[in-house]
Design a binder for this molecule. Sequence first.
Ligand code: ME8
Length: 518
Amino acid sequence: MSNKTFYITTPIYYVNDVPHIGHAYTTVAADVLARYKRLKGYDVFFLTGTDEHGQKVEKAAKDRGKTPKEHADLMVDNFKNLWKTLNITNNAFIRTTDDEHKKVVREILQKLRDKGEIEKRSYQGLYCTPCERFWTDKDVVNGNCPDCKRPVEHIEEENYFFLMSKYQDRLVKYIEENQGYILPEMRKNEVLGFLKNRTLGDLCISRPKARLAWGIPLPFDENYTTYVWFDALLNYYSATKYLAPSDIEWWPPDHHFIGKDILTTHAVYWSTMLMALDMDLPKNIFAHGWWTVDGQKMSKSLGNVVDPNEIIEKYGVDAFRYFLLREVPFGLDGDFSINALKGRINGELANELGNLLSRTIALIVKNKKEGFPKRDDTKYISVPDTPTFFSEGLSEWSNTFLKSFDFFMGKLQFYHAIGHVVGAIKGWNKYVQETAPWAEKDHDKISNTLYTLAEGLRIIAVYLYPFMPSTAEKIWQQLGIEKDISKIDFDEEVKWGKDISGLKVKKGEILFPKVEAL
Ligand code: ME8
């Protein structure tokens, strides 16, 4: 075990519906970072899971004639299977119906109650059942919920409140003093704007059992169940108590990856809950953008919800993973269309990457049937044919390249990190063109060029690994490298100048067959 640890989470998804491209997006992004960090020598705890309590799930189960638990048990496999198909390397999968999770939630509720952070009050307000939240008169638009636009009900009842309002100033200060706490910057400003322009209320964290039976009962009043968000947010903590290796202190998390739809619950509810518990706040909450499909909001009624399984079956896992992080800078909204996906496949993946591999392998097979000769440093290290686009020489190039790549990954700029690698792939293709080994007569020169290409591809595969793990593996296999790429030391393997003498390349399948454009 190393002493560097890295804890990353995705939201826990509701089991009222099947997973779609939006859920896949957050989970793939977290997977990319988790894979990268592992190769960088970190002990990684990557958590995802499902949010199984609450009215939404209760209603979905009722519509299907099942108990909520039966329903959740069926639905949870849709997520687990999709993560398997997508090659997601989560270390744990939490379900809020796990007994251990429920126990932690009850302990925390009791702790907050004992500390005087939870109070019972009589309350009246406008309640939106589908959204499971109260609104004020000011929020409601013509009697309808401002979020889902459905009618709200007037409700009067006694409930328990978490005294969130008293943390308002402390939270503002915390966000201002910890620049990287909420990212991207525009989301941080949004939260600060929200906190500075209104008086934060206290948070109603209970529902009478008669109205919501499908939830965790409050330990100090069994007539009530806890608000689904209170239960859900605590997953990030409870998982460290029973799903993570116990010899490591995982708290606080390094990143909570979420969509912008659930920014307030994380930035405000979760942060103040942790403050009340005297616990460290996560190091970062990153709220990414929203995917539309062909320019429209994804919705069941429009029938345009994208099932990742269908896309993967047709176009492959890695093309899909690549597309999600390459199409839009992480943090901004994006639009999914089959046309755009095909464009990425035919362009960067088939024409650039696939082509570079197949021509390199073909040239090596043609010229070096016996594999690479034993490396002669005088010939292979001082590369006279340094590609014109790498003015510093290749060792230097590999060092600078690593620095930029690490910079982009550190800033969660996946789009730029991939762009950087694509730039190199294009450069190597240009290099093949310029050196034209097929027309070369000098054998040493040919060997040199082929070594340079193979070494370039070996390194490119390492950079591609977090994004497209199977593709990276295939590149290494075709180059004849037998090491398991998921277990390497990243920094070591991206250094220029490995001895690859004796490797026997294996011509393999085409990485990305071209797809018919629309
Ligand atoms: O909100 N574009 O669960 P949920 C991008 N259970 N991302 C999207 C998306 C889209 N169109 N649609 C969904 C919940 N997502 C709660 C979370 S966490 C303690 C509890 C992704 O099933 C994005 O990550 O509605 C978003 O935040 C999440 O799915 C919402 O998933």
